[in-house]
Design a protein. Structure first.
Length: 383
């Protein structure tokens, strides 16, 4: 009999949890570690919701990856009898420069993602509650929408354990990870080792915003964690036009890229600016929104959604994006340590891809295969 390979996955977020689950189902023995737990408030997989959409402009292969993920989300909803995906539609509002949206159209078609290209009159007819000032046309993805983030992240880990995986809430001591052939992980208790170790045949690091610190030489120069503010406003009690079901998820490509989600499991009307914020430490950073950010969100809300002009602020959230310098994911082995895989760079859009990333990475790790060039670390090296 062949002994099962033991694989340690570090990070139980959108990437790590799904990777661990697919590795387990592929016949590996898997230990999953996370310092604060799946969907915790410091994690990039925390919060209530994330968008699932197919438009990606010329930045590919993400449209096909999103299409595969949507299939897998639906399969797991049926398998687990839980609802995580809400296909309320995604609307892209296109202003003067529609290069991103125009480039998205052939890739949406190729990926098999349903969409409609709408002129200004049709936009105004369908959604009269939106002011389409400066908007010239739009793309509507009727089967896209939003996902439950924190709840599904926790559910994936629960299912991983129920199917035979081992989950441990523990931090690792971030030292010697860049050295040749990692033999064991030392667990950390605060700033010091607690004396225990985990030895595995292979290690998969899916640590989100912490990757740059864990691998300062390999990842650090190509990686940045940024501070992002999110606001939730209350919809009018006597006006259901801004509630889920009457308005889709939306993305507004103007001077700034502003996006939002209605409904949000009763948390309010979500508004956020996708513009990258200041550098942010995900461990020690304070998560309080700025007065400037709130004022900008209120101003935008009054401009684009007039009926929400005086909406009360219900909740706020400060999260982080983990960006690579070219905004593509990292899916690759460590260049000096063949038994270490590094996964990350999810930025603000990685969550939706979790199931497809898990499926893909399990195959790569267990069969010693290589990811597409767009994901590999070699892209950062000078030509």
């Amino acid at each position: 009999m062949t002994t099962k390979p033991h694989i340690a996955v570090i990070g139980a977020g959108a990437f790590g949890g799904w990777i661990a689950l697919y590795l387990l189902r592929s016949g590996a023995r898997v230990t999953l570690l996370d310092a604060w737990g799946p969907g915790n408030s410091r994690s990039s997989s925390g919060g209530e919701t994330r968008i699932i959409r197919g438009a990606y402009g010329p930045d590919q292969p993400y449209s096909k990856l999103a299409a595969r993920s949507l299939q897998l989300w639906k399969q797991h909803e049926a398998r687990w009898q839980q609802n995580f995906c809400f296909p309320i539609g995604v609307l892209w509002m296109v202003e003067a420069d529609g290069a991103f949206e125009r480039a998205s159209l052939p890739f949406l078609k190729d990926a098999g993602i349903p969409f409609e290209q709408l002129d200004l009159n049709e936009l105004a007819r369908r959604w009269p509650q939106i002011s389409f000032e400066n908007v010239e046309w739009g793309i509507y993805e009727p089967q896209s929408g939003y996902l439950l983030a924190r709840a599904s992240t926790q559910a994936v880990v629960d299912r991983f354990v129920s199917e035979g995986g081992e989950y441990r809430q523990a931090a690792i001591a971030a030292r010697d990870l860049e050295s040749a052939h990692l033999k064991a992980l030392t667990l950390s208790n605060g700033s010091t080792s607690d004396g225990s170790t985990i030895a595995a045949d292979r290690y998969v690091f899916a640590c989100g915003a912490w990757l740059g610190k864990l691998f300062p030489a390999t990842i650090g120069p190509h990686f940045l964690s940024t501070r992002q503010e999110v606001f939730f406003f209350g919809t009018p009690v006597d006006d259901p036009r801004y509630d889920e079901g009457n308005i889709p998820v939306w993305a507004d490509h103007g001077d700034h890229f502003i996006y939002g989600i209605p409904g949000n499991q009763g948390r309010g009307f979500k508004v956020a600016d996708d513009t990258r914020g200041a550098e942010f430490d995900p461990t020690s950073g304070e998560r309080q929104v700025s007065d400037e950010g709130l004022a900008a969100a209120r101003s935008y809300l009054a401009y684009r959604f007039p009926g929400m002009k005086d909406a009360p602020l219900l909740e706020t959230r400060v999260c982080q994006y983990e960006n690579t310098t070219d905004h593509n994911f990292i899916v690759d082995r460590h260049p000096h340590n063949a038994n270490v895989w590094i996964l990350g760079g999810g930025s603000g859009h990685g969550f939706k891809h979790g199931p497809a990333i898990g499926e893909m990475v399990a195959k790569l790790v267990l069969k010693d295969e290589t990811a597409d060039a767009v994901f590999r670390l070699a892209r950062f090296q000078p030509a």
